[in-house]
Design a binder for this molecule. Sequence first.
Ligand SMILES: NC(=O)c1ccc[n+]([C@@H]2O[C@H](COP(=O)([O-])OP(=O)(O)OC[C@H]3O[C@@H](n4cnc5c(N)ncnc54)[C@H](O)[C@@H]3O)[C@@H](O)[C@H]2O)c1
Ligand SMILES: O=C(O)C(=O)C[C@]1(C(=O)O)C=C[C@@H](O)C=C1
Length: 343
Amino acid sequence: LSARGVAVHLRDRDPDSVSTAASRGAGSAEPPAGPVDLAVVAVPPAHIATTVAELQREGAARGYLDVGSVKGGPRRELVERGGDLSLYLGTHPMSGREKSGPLAASADLFEGRPWVLTPTAQTQTEVLNLALELVALCQAVPVVMDADAHDRAVALVSHTPQLLSSLVAARLESADETAVRLCGQGIRDVTRIAASDPRMWLDILSANPGPVADVLAAVADDLDETVRALRALESADQHKRAEGVEGIEGILRRGNAGRSRVPGKHGQAPTAYETVVVLISDQPGELARIFADAGRAGVNIEDVRIEHATGQQAGHVQIMVEPQAAARLSEALRERGWAIRQG
Ligand SMILES: NC(=O)c1ccc[n+]([C@@H]2O[C@H](COP(=O)([O-])OP(=O)(O)OC[C@H]3O[C@@H](n4cnc5c(N)ncnc54)[C@H](O)[C@@H]3O)[C@@H](O)[C@H]2O)c1
Ligand SMILES: O=C(O)C(=O)C[C@]1(C(=O)O)C=C[C@@H](O)C=C1
């Protein structure tokens, strides 16, 4: 917002967070001279209602919104606390990081991502319009939803995945080092969000326990079936083994079908990009050189991943591009001395 010319005033119960955010250019650590247009509340879900109610009592803004990961509970709590629902809008940007705090913040976090808005019949149009302006300034995509429907949806697409990532990572806690050192990209992909702050997630899950338990119970049924199918694969009985194959194949195919529904960049249907893999050494400026060389070849990079080789000062950069650009990119990079690996 600051980069787009909006006057932003920062406030937090932790003064260090305010000064760090201010020093990174997020806004001013000074309080505003009078009421602001919009108060954006970004505190843990358990503190949303009290914070909004307190700001409303101060008359701090013309409109109030929060960005919490759960929407139903905080709104009900705000009603209990006598908050003014006409000036409040519950929202949730569907983008985040596994790291918290101002040092982990990035200005382009919300670009192209869904940003849920949960207006009610009471919400003033002016407040909704202020929120839509905020979403547009962050280049996110507004999605209007009912608060409880939102909570059921995020139980499926965000909260249960967080728990499953933690559960997979938890198996490594006391695993033998000989196993852990074999970790490849698969487990890195599955466990990235297991590095999230447990306090924040405890707060989120405490505010949405029922819907998450419902999804997790369905996953537990699938897990039971998968274990049964794997045991059947161990059987000497041919008929049982065939049942096991069917069970495992079923779950893998259902996984393919589900994964194919995950929207791609900017919320479109997933695009099948082709991957060009380039070997890089762990030296400053290597990535910038690859990007510059791709730019010179007139190739638009759609997505990038870096796979670090365990224990080596090298890694593979996976550059995802439109299929028709892959051969051109490989050739151009090879000409400029890069080692291209099989994708
Ligand atoms: N991190 C994500 O991926 C993500 C994504 C979307 C939404 N959210 C939601 O955004 C909100 C903030 O999460 P975050 O990741 O920015 O966490 P964060 O820890 O980086 O920031 C939370 C801030 O709230 C402050 N705070 C806590 N209690 C307070 C209180 N009572 N009054 C004033 N300030 C208080 C803390 O000092 C901290 O600076 C949460 O509701 C979370 O559910 C997080
Ligand atoms: O990608 C991450 O690291 C996130 O934390 C993102 C994520 C998500 O599940 O997509 C997590 C919680 C937030 O409420 C919104 C976004």
